[in-house]
Design a protein around this ligand. Structure first.
Ligand SMILES: Cc1ncc(COP(=O)(O)O)c(C=O)c1O
Length: 454
């Protein structure tokens, strides 16, 4: 964080705070925490108006894949803007949407055949909930109205997506507005018995899910969960066996499995999609964030012909899925997503990421000796370090001490944007990051932990 702002920064901040209400922010914090206006971005770097540079170590809330102002994506966007900026997708269509749907379906398991476009992560979750509920209704299952989700889960901020989420910080205030959801304890491996492997712990925890499904299946539409990593839930992780067991139970008890791949999709956990590691086919897959390489808002729901066909009928039967958003499948957003998929192929991204993620984990591994580090965990390109008050008992620091905020400030002073989740510092970079830049981030994380736990 710059010690002193130049006149131009001060002016911009003043203008901003007069009119802009920022997301996920207690605005009073900005009396003490300086807002940072960003002038431009290139690759992993963001630059402010005072010339300070910051590595975007969190991919700007997990969206950026191939760096800021990527020349290839920029070129593709320009080409698209010069052809068609937008057209409604009802009754009309366009090549960027068709191509993107084809490519996403090709990247999915065989049974996934249809792509329904929405326009941000939360809206994809809401639409997926409606689609699942409506599927059962069209098939005569009128009692199926509920959803099962996990403790510590996060699926978005709209009333539907928040209803199936389970983080008090975001949800508790709005409890009276929420739809009733069945919550099952997460298989999160952080607090497992040390002698138990991640796989064993995850299997044991699945028992709770199985019991809930056995009890509630007749009134449950779907289980919705974030495959492998509960990202907003402090980057807590679990073993792929959970999804395998869940798939079997959902099949047995006639319940949909909705995979919220909004944060973990597009290579974040090592494979293109996290559910692949469990070798399963979800009934509904929600994608957003990285879908456009971090450029603009777009989301999709992928699903099977079985679900699609339940809506395919004479208009007068009123069985259709009459869900829409004005900017559904915006051509510029779809062209951007196609450009991002091109880069996966051109850059051999998933293979290169294996080298990067190994290097990141090795670089952070000496933190195991830190007296206030309770865990270092990784799934592919998501690595998290959990700061604790008591290492042996994994007792957390009091949240009111805001140790994560101290780490954040330390990071900015050292040219790295980390934005801890509570006491958890995580590293989720754009895939074009270089080893030298990783060194800067991992060294800064170590310094930030020393500073924040003092
Ligand atoms: C797993 C998951 N689902 C849904 C969402 C909501 O997406 P959006 O912020 O685009 O509404 C998020 C956002 O962080 C997420 O992490």
């Amino acid at each position: 964080m710059p010690e002193s702002h130049t006149k131009i920064t001060t002016k911009i901040v003043k203008r901003d705070l007069k009119v802009v209400w920022h997301p996920c922010t207690q605005m009073k914090d900005h009396e003490k925490i300086p807002l940072i206006p960003i002038k431009d971005g290139k690759g992993v770097w963001l630059r402010d108006f005072d010339g300070n540079k910051y590595i975007d170590a969190i991919s700007s809330w997990w969206v950026n894949l191939f760096g800021h102002s990527n020349p290839y994506i920029n070129k593709k966007i320009t080409q698209q803007i010069n052809k068609l900026e937008h057209v409604l997708l009802a009754g009309f269509t366009h090549m960027p949407a068709i191509t993107l749907a084809e490519r996403l379906i090709k990247l999915s398991p065989k049974k996934i055949k249809k792509c329904f476009f929405t326009d941000n992560g939360s809206s994809a979750i809401d639409a997926a909930m409606k689609m699942s509920y409506h599927y059962w209704k069209n098939n005569g299952y009128h009692k199926k109205t509920k959803f099962i989700s996990l403790t510590n889960s996060y699926h978005g901020e709209t009333l539907g997506s928040l209803s199936v989420s389970n983080i008090d910080l975001y949800k508790k205030t709005y409890k009276n507005l929420m739809k009733d959801t069945i919550i099952v304890e997460s298989p999160d491996c952080f607090l497992k018995n040390e002698k138990c492997s991640d796989k064993k712990h995850t299997e044991i925890m699945f028992d709770k899910m199985l019991r809930s499904i056995e009890k509630n299946h007749s009134n449950t539409c779907a289980v919705i969960l974030e495959p492998l990593v509960q990202c907003a839930g402090y980057m807590r992780m679990y073993h792929p066996i959970y999804l395998k067991l869940l798939r079997q139970a959902c099949d047995k008890y006639n319940i949909h499995l909705i995979a919220d791949e909004i944060a973990v999709g597009f290579g974040r956990t090592g494979t293109m999609f996290a559910y692949e590691q469990s070798k399963i086919t979800p009934d509904i897959i929600c994608l957003s964030k990285g879908i456009t390489g971090g450029y603009m808002t777009l989301s999709t729901i992928l699903t099977t012909d079985n679900i699609y066909n339940a809506f395919y009928d004479e208009y007068t039967k009123l069985n259709a899925f009459l869900h829409s958003h004005s900017y559904t499948a915006n051509p510029i957003a779809c062209a951007t997503a196609n450009a991002s998929l091109d880069l996966f192929e051109k850059n051999n991204t998933l293979n290169n990421n294996k080298i990067l993620s190994k290097y990141i984990l090795e670089s952070l591994s000496d933190l195991w000796n830190h007296p206030n580090v309770g865990d270092i965990r990784q799934h592919g390109m998501i690595t998290a370090v959990e700061m604790v008050k008591n290492k042996t008992k994994k007792i957390p620091f009091n949240w009111k001490e805001r140790r994560g905020l101290k780490a954040y400030n330390f990071g900015l002073k050292h040219n790295v944007l980390i934005r801890p989740l509570g006491n958890v510092i995580y590293f989720m970079p754009p895939y074009i990051i270089k080893k030298k830049e990783i060194d800067l981030v991992t060294n800064t994380i170590k310094g930030a932990i020393d500073f924040a736990t003092k």
